[in-house]
Design a protein around this ligand. Structure first.
Ligand code: IMP
Length: 423
């Protein structure tokens, strides 16, 4: 049997997984997304066009690969329908390239309302959710009340939908929210979207993927969000509601751990975060602003400005440990080009104690990053090969490798497919 490679973000999401999956897809026959939902926004740029995917795996643009939305994903039919339309308008043949696992759960219109109501009720402690209904949908999944896409094939679907909606309306009342007239329209759009996505094959994802393995096919499991947003190991409670780490590929696709081959971790040469929650190396100065502008660090799902800061090595090492990362991909090194001195966090000073491991929580104590200062580098526009990267950037890469003990095998120097330097 062949093995599955897993590709994950190692920070707080938005590391550039979409671009890398697209670049690597020619090596794979199947790309399978294993968790998250339309809170994700995977941006790909090629042929001078920008494409943003929310639910569809990033292998969709290459005709050589099939794509699977795994059981661990939560699907909003309305978002998926829009995505499919846009892909279709761009000439992408989704019908023959995309399948959905029948066990994937559905996001209902009332899940979105519950998400908004719960965030509002949290006030200043809000998570900064994308408000796509992710948390409530996963709550219903683990609470054993959820609706799965496979249920749409059965006569009891409407009955199950009504029962769940009734429960949600009761919950919304507790938040003083009563659905208005626009809700009926939204509900109609939701059912229409379900009808339209029925053109895609619903499959038993776990059997399908095992058949691919038996046929010795090469498979890439694509994660969404990042390790520091993992429900168990992220900066809880400022996290998303799924396991974004490698273990999520097993439960989100029906894979045994022994089927996992390479675990490819993606990180940016700096850090960003959207939404609330701790961010020890955050920059509130001109450098932070320039990284945001140059790196176009604005959410592809919500448009929110991303918080920006220096690379955090203790956090990166933690993510490598939890995921068993076998190789690293560094994104957006070009964005730091032109900054004379670059800082990298190598430890934290927590109330006078130095440590290079992540604390139980960052809140309610003074956490000061300890930095190592390195020389910066200039423009990378003309660099075509890894070996031609400026010496200071090579030194930056060596420092990272020495610290986390995992090799960097690819460096991305811009959004285009061709700005990808293999080592
Ligand atoms: P939710 O998953 O939409 O509820 O959001 C929970 C937290 O995860 C918020 O801080 C979001 O900003 C963050 N988040 C969710 N999805 C993404 C993503 O794809 N990239 C970056 N942050 C995300």
């Amino acid at each position: 049997m062949s093995k599955i490679d897993v590709l994950l973000g190692l920070q707080w999401g938005d590391e550039g997984k979409g671009k890398v999956v697209d670049v690597l897809t020619p090596n794979y026959q199947l790309v399978a997304r294993f968790q998250g939902g339309p809170n994700a926004g995977h941006t790909l740029v090629f042929e001078d066009r920008k494409h943003v995917l929310h639910t569809v795996p990033s292998g969709i643009f290459r005709s050589s690969a099939k794509n699977l939305i795994g059981n661990g994903v939560v699907i909003d039919p309305i978002v998926l329908q829009k995505e499919l339309r846009t892909l279709h308008d761009n000439g992408v043949d989704t019908k023959n390239r995309l399948m959905i696992s029948e066990k994937a759960h559905l996001i209902l219109p009332t899940h979105r309302m519950l998400d908004a109501a719960s965030e509002k009720a949290k006030g200043k402690d809000k998570i900064g959710s994308t408000l796509k209904g992710i948390g409530p949908a996963y709550m219903d999944k683990t609470g054993r009340n959820g609706l799965r896409i496979g249920d749409t094939q059965h006569a009891t679907f409407l009955e199950k939908y009504e029962a769940l909606k009734k429960k949600h309306i009761q919950l919304l009342k507790a938040y003083d929210v009563i659905p208005d007239n626009s809700f009926v329209e939204e509900e109609n759009a939701w059912f229409a979207a379900i009808d339209s996505i029925k053109e895609l094959p619903l499959v038993s994802g776990e059997y399908y993927i095992h058949q691919c393995l038996q046929k010795q096919q090469r498979i890439l499991a694509e994660g969404a969000q990042g390790s520091l947003l993992d429900i168990d190991f992220g900066t809880y409670p400022y996290v998303t509601s799924s396991n974004t780490t490698c273990a999520g590929a097993c439960t989100g696709l029906g894979l045994p751990p022994s089927a996992i081959g390479n675990v490819i971790g993606i990180f940016k040469a700096y850090c960003t975060r959207v939404g609330s929650g701790p961010f020890p190396t955050e920059l509130h100065d001109e450098i932070g602003n320039s990284i945001r502008e140059k790196g176009k660090e604005f959410g592809s799902t919500t448009g929110r400005a991303r918080r920006c800061g220096w690379l955090d090595l203790p956090a990166l090492k933690f993510a490598c440990m939890i995921n068993g990362i076998t190789e690293l991909i560094m994104m957006k090194s070009d964005v730091l080009g032109g900054i004379p001195k670059i800082n990298v966090c190598t430890a934290y000073n927590i109330e006078g104690r130095l440590q290079d491991t992540l604390p139980y929580q960052f809140e309610n104590q003074k956490v000061e990053p300890i930095y190592k200062e390195l020389d910066g580098w200039g423009s990378l526009d003309q660099v075509k090969y890894f070996r031609d990267l400026p010496a200071s950037l090579q030194q930056y890469i060596r420092l990272i490798e020495d610290y986390v003990q995992v090799p960097v095998t690819l460096v991305s120097t811009g959004p285009g497919r061709e700005q990808t330097l293999f080592r």
